[in-house]
Design a binder for this molecule. Structure first.
Ligand code: ADP
Ligand code: TYD
Length: 212
């Protein structure tokens, strides 16, 4: 498919609160698209390139107050710039589909809203340094308490944001739904409170409708 914003390829992101099922659904969508012959790159943020994966460790591990809100915004943006230069743009230029677990909408939410209102700075940095949004964004909408239980059940080392607790999860859920209104042409909202296979079928149907 040719896309006027990316030039080639198609750029699909998954968004939603922690534990909403983004990684699970991104993987299943990639499997389904490959099975019907698409050339797909699966990637994630923060991360998705060697340098950005190093920044991921800096931003997701350690004390919740490790960085100021502004420093954290710069680190997430630096990681995204590297990911875009080295992974996303080359894949799109080669005509591939790119499926990304979180992208700039996560920064609009987490850095934009979680510690004061930095949304204006987030948007300025985005247009200055990134300048690209996905063609399609799948928002997995999820009850915040269920999401947090699922996320904490994973017991990893990357807990900085999960440690901010249920209030942040609720704020993020409402924020993502508002973002879906703000950027309604590229967003599709999917109910994540259903069995994995049911959600996956919905995600695939909505993606194929956009690719058609
Ligand atoms: P995210 O990437 O949004 O944080 P994950 O895909 O890692 O979410 O899912 C978090 C946990 O919830 C995982 O253990 C996963 O197996 C489980 N999970 C994902 N989707 C569902 C679902 N629809 N129903 C029940 N459990 C789910
Ligand atoms: P992720 O690994 O997708 O976590 P989860 O699977 O729990 O959803 O992302 C890790 C955390 O990084 C998540 O809590 C959200 C946060 N994050 C930001 O704060 N800003 C960003 O720009 C991105 C991409 C993620």
């Amino acid at each position: 498919m040719t896309n006027h914003r990316t030039g080639h390829g198609c750029f699909i992101s998954f968004e939603g609160i922690d534990g909403s099922g983004k990684s699970t659904q991104a993987r299943l969508l990639v499997d389904a698209l490959r099975a019907i012959g698409h050339d797909v790159v699966l990637t994630r943020e923060p991360g998705g390139s060697p340098g950005a994966e190093e920044i991921r460790e800096l931003v997701l591990q350690g004390d919740p107050d490790r960085w100021s809100a502004e420093t954290e915004l710069l680190l997430f943006t630096a990681a995204r710039r590297d990911h875009l230069e080295r992974t996303i743009r080359p894949a799109l230029a080669a005509g591939k589909l790119v499926v990304c677990d979180r992208f700039a909408d996560s920064t609009r939410m987490y850095q934009g809203l979680s510690r004061g209102d930095l949304r204006g700075k987030v948007d300025q940095l985005h247009s200055l340094m990134i300048g690209q949004d996905p063609d399609l964004t799948i928002l997995i909408d999820m009850d915040p308490d269920t999401g947090l239980t699922r996320a904490l059940g994973r017991q990893g080392k990357e807990e900085r944001f999960e440690e901010f607790g249920p209030d942040l999860q609720r704020k993020m859920r409402a924020g993502f739904l508002a973002l879906a209104q703000e950027f309604s042409p590229r967003f599709r909202v999917i109910d994540g409170n259903r069995p994995i296979e049911t959600v996956a079928a919905d995600v695939l149907a909505k993606t194929l409708a956009v690719l058609a």
